[in-house]
Design a protein around this ligand. Structure first.
Ligand code: ATP
Length: 136
C-alpha cells in the first residue's frame, strides 16, 4: 500500500489545528501508520527542502519551519500521495479551494513565506526519501 509523509507545520500546531487536520486525513480513509512530535533542526530541514536551496523563500522557510514543533505523520492508503495533496489544496492559502485544508483554514498575512499549515510528499520518490528523513 502507498505511503506518504504529511507534516503539520508549526503554524498548524501553534493554532491548535493538529486534531482537525488528523481528522480530515482519517475521515478520508487514510491510515495514520506513524506519528511523531518533532522539533526539527536545521540539518533535517535543509535535507527536506534541498530542492529549494537558493530560492528567495528558502531562508524564511527554514526559519519558519524551525519556529516551533511539527507533527510528522506517515499516512497510508490507496493513492494517498495524490489524495492528500488534493485534501491539502494548492500552496497559496488565499487562493486554495474551499473544502481543502489550506482553503478552509489557511491564512495569508503577507509574510515572506507561505504559512500553509501542511506539507505532503509529491511523488513516490519524494515520499520514500522524506519518510526516511523524518522517521529514521
Ligand atoms: P505545493 O507543491 O502544493 O506548493 P509544497 O509544500 O510541496 O506544496 P513547495 O513548492 O515544495 O510546496 O514549497 C515548499 C514550501 O515553501 C511551501 O509549502 C510554502 O510554505 C513555501 N513556499 C513555496 N513557494 C513560496 C513562495 N513563492 N513564497 C513564499 N513561500 C513559498
Amino acid at each position: 500500500v502507498e505511503a506518504t509523509l504529511i507534516l503539520v507545520k508549526p503554524d498548524g500546531v501553534a493554532r491548535g489545528l493538529t486534531g482537525e487536520i488528523l481528522r480530515r486525513i482519517e475521515a478520508k480513509g487514510y491510515r495514520l501508520a506513524d506519528l511523531a512530535y518533532v522539533h526539527a533542526d536545521r540539518e533535517l530541514l535543509a535535507a527536506h527542502y534541498a530542492e529549494h536551496e537558493g530560492k528567495p523563500f528558502y531562508e524564511p522557510l527554514i526559519e519558519f519551519m524551525s519556529s516551533g514543533p511539527i507533527v510528522a505523520i506517515r499516512a497510508e492508503g490507496e493513492r494517498v500521495i495524490e489524495g492528500f495533496r488534493v485534501l491539502a489544496g494548492t500552496t497559496d492559502p488565499t487562493t486554495a479551494a474551499p473544502g481543502t485544508i489550506r482553503g478552509d483554514l489557511g491564512r495569508d498575512w503577507g509574510l515572506r513565506v507561505q504559512q500553509n499549515l501542511v506539507h505532503g510528499s509529491d511523488s513516490v520518490e519524494s515520499a520514500e526519501r522524506e519518510l526516511g528523513l523524518w522517521f529514521a
